[in-house]
Design a protein around this ligand. Structure first.
Ligand code: GLU
Length: 288
């Protein structure tokens, strides 16, 4: 059993991150497995070494340990390029030049039966889908996955995963993804951003496989994204880990904790003199 905690060093870890890391660590310990730390710093405009240092400090304070060296996504571009090259060569990616505004305008057309929002926000209306896919993969371009072509390429029994936690609607157990649901409710997601030459979805899938992760433990807010990850694993011939999406830590008003909510930063509680047990009590939930 190998799991990971994969924070982005773009701000301080808050209570929700602490809960996530400790949940993963407890599951690893119970199974006699290993917890890895992976630094998801593909967004170089926001990642800072001082946040990364604070992450290590906070996790150590919580009593966690992990093998070194730590995988850092900013050092993994070669692996992401190889995956993008493979998908491009198979004709599954196309360049997209739409702005957010173009997408918002194109999706404003009445489509009452189709949901507008997918895991990454507005479901892409397909404006650039007919663009040229021949020749070498364009660099410094936004590349989208043609979801219709992608699901057609996947073996039908590949589109499934096991959830040991719960999704937003309580999904649990063996979950089968429907190809038409992927097309209609997820759509042509971005796999390569112009500013980072990869994307969260592509990198997380490539790295979970590279680190032999058997169990992905993370917050329920990423449950919907798992469908994208399972499609990519099928296309790239990568193993599908077991997924465990845990509850989210909310503030007293029921709002999900955000990264900017510095008052809930683990470092702030630490500086205020709280013990680890007192911090753990803040996220313990009598209802489980
Ligand atoms: N880096 C992501 C985050 O900080 C987590 C990715 C994952 O666990 O799959 O939200």
């Amino acid at each position: 059993m190998r799991t990971r905690f994969a924070p982005s060093p773009t701000g301080p870890l808050h209570l929700g991150h602490g809960f996530s890391a400790c949940t993963a660590a407890a599951m690893a310990e119970a199974a006699g497995g290993t917890l890895l730390l992976r630094i998801e710093d593909i967004d170089q405009s926001r990642a800072r070494p001082e946040w990364e240092a604070l992450i290590a400090e906070d996790l150590t304070w919580l009593g966690l340990s992990w093998p070194r060296p730590v995988m850092r996504q900013s050092e993994r571009q070669t692996a992401y390029d190889a995956a993008l090259d493979q998908l491009w060569a198979e004709g599954l990616l196309y360049p997209c030049t739409c702005t957010r505004r173009d997408i918002a305008e194109a999706t404003r057309a009445p489509q009452e039966d189709t949901p507008l929002l997918g895991p990454d926000g507005l479901i892409y209306p397909g404006t650039c889908r007919g663009r040229d896919r021949s020749g070498p993969r364009p660099k410094e371009a936004v590349l989208r996955l043609d979801m219709t072509a992608a699901v057609a390429r996947c073996a039908p029994d590949a589109l499934r995963f096991v959830e040991t936690g719960a999704g937003l609607a309580g999904e649990h157990g063996e979950i089968t993804l429907s190809p038409s649901g992927l097309v209609e409710r997820v759509g042509d997601v971005v796999l390569c951003r112009r500013d980072m030459a990869t994307s969260y979805h592509l990198s997380v899938v490539v790295d979970d496989a590279a680190q032999d992760i058997t169990h992905v433990v993370r917050g329920r807010d990423l449950f919907e994204a798992t469908a994208i990850h399972v499609v990519l694993q099928a296309l790239l011939g990568l193993p599908v880990p077991i997924y465990h999406h845990h509850r989210l830590i909310r503030d007293a008003a029921g709002k999900r904790l955000a990264k900017r909510d510095d008052a809930r930063a683990l470092a702030a509680y630490r500086a205020a003199g709280l013990s680890v047990a007192e911090v753990r009590a803040l996220w313990s939930d009598p209802q489980g």
